[in-house]
Design a protein around this ligand. Structure first.
Ligand code: AMP
Length: 288
């Protein structure tokens, strides 16, 4: 496994691979890897085959964090991440730095961003202004650097995957986007690097997101008619706030393709929610 830090070296490597007809599968991450990330690495390997190359990027992208968010305390452990990538059979780990990714930014001299305007404003975009601008910008940059044939994203970040698919379509990036299922802990908590912040009671209360999804699913599947989204939201809010450390940020019911909110919830409606457990903000989603 190779570790590449410089952008020029990664672009050179990508160009050489492509020239030889080697397929590149790409998994962008912010590191502090868990089994969910590793499932994406395995998926990338399946997609490019044994003769293809799997590239994992590890980069905590500052432009997708708001000023009051957890950028500086975002968990990092590169040594462990490299070991996990090696164990999973990744070929290249790309770990760029801020200086190269955002040249001139400290002096206010970085000025090009990618903005998706239709799918970004709701949900995560409403709660985290500027978040998706940071995501689309960094992912566009990473695609230009790694030049993948296929990139794998997790369904855990459902809206993010939709925004990236749209960006790829609208800006003609010559690659395929694959979305892989959410990996969960045994009790249903979606795996996340931020779960590290959840200790003791907070960890137990973190299950409330998955429980909310199950509650909504049970309601929808047990009903012969559509259920009012407003009613379901109110019920779930009450359910979530009954956990002492939990505070609902949003819960939304929407069309999985257009992300347009629906007022009537039926089987197949997508649900997403964000909940603060203490200071840690968790997200989850599922098809009902
Ligand atoms: P992150 O490091 O949080 O930016 O995530 C990197 C990629 O891993 C994104 O495509 C996420 O959607 C995906 N991912 C994160 N958590 C999970 C999970 N529990 N299961 C599957 N994919 C995940």
């Amino acid at each position: 496994m190779r570790t590449v830090v410089s952008i020029a070296a990664m672009q050179r490597l990508a160009r050489d691979l492509r020239r030889r007809g080697t397929r590149i599968g790409f998994v962008p991450t912010m590191g502090y890897l868990h089994a969910g990330h590793l499932s994406l690495v395995r998926r990338a390997r399946q997609l490019v085959g044994r003769r293809g190359k799997v590239v994992v990027s590890i980069y905590v992208n500052p432009t997708q964090f708001g000023p009051k968010e957890d950028l500086s305390r975002y968990p990092r452990d590169l040594k462990r991440d490299l070991k996990l990538c090696r164990g999973e059979g990744a070929d290249v780990v790309f770990t760029p730095n801020d200086r190269e990714m955002y040249p001139g930014k400290a002096g206010g001299d970085y000025s090009t961003y990618v903005v998706e305007e239709k799918l970004s404003p709701g949900m995560e975009g409403a709660s985290r202004p500027g978040h998706f601008r940071g995501v689309t910008t960094v992912v566009a940059k990473l695609f230009n650097i790694v030049q993948p044939d296929v990139a794998v994203f997790g369904a855990k970040d459902f809206q993010q995957a939709a925004v990236i698919r749209r960006m790829v379509r609208d800006l003609n990036f010559p690659l395929r986007i694959v979305v892989a299922p959410t990996l969960r802990e045994a009790d249903g908590l979606a795996m996340s690097s931020r779960n590290k912040y959840l200790q003791g009671q907070l960890r137990t209360q973190g299950i409330v997101l998955w429980r909310s999804i199950q509650k909504a699913r049970t309601a929808v599947r047990g009903s012969s008619k559509a259920i009012s989204a407003a009613r379901l939201k109110a019920d779930l809010k009450k359910f979530i706030q009954s956990e002492p450390a939990a505070r609902l940020d949003y819960v939304e019911f929407f069309d999985p393709e257009t992300l347009a909110p629906v007022s009537e919830v039926v089987r197949g409606t997508q649900m997403a929610l964000a909940v603060f457990i203490g200071k840690t903000r968790l997200i989850d989603n599922a098809k009902l």
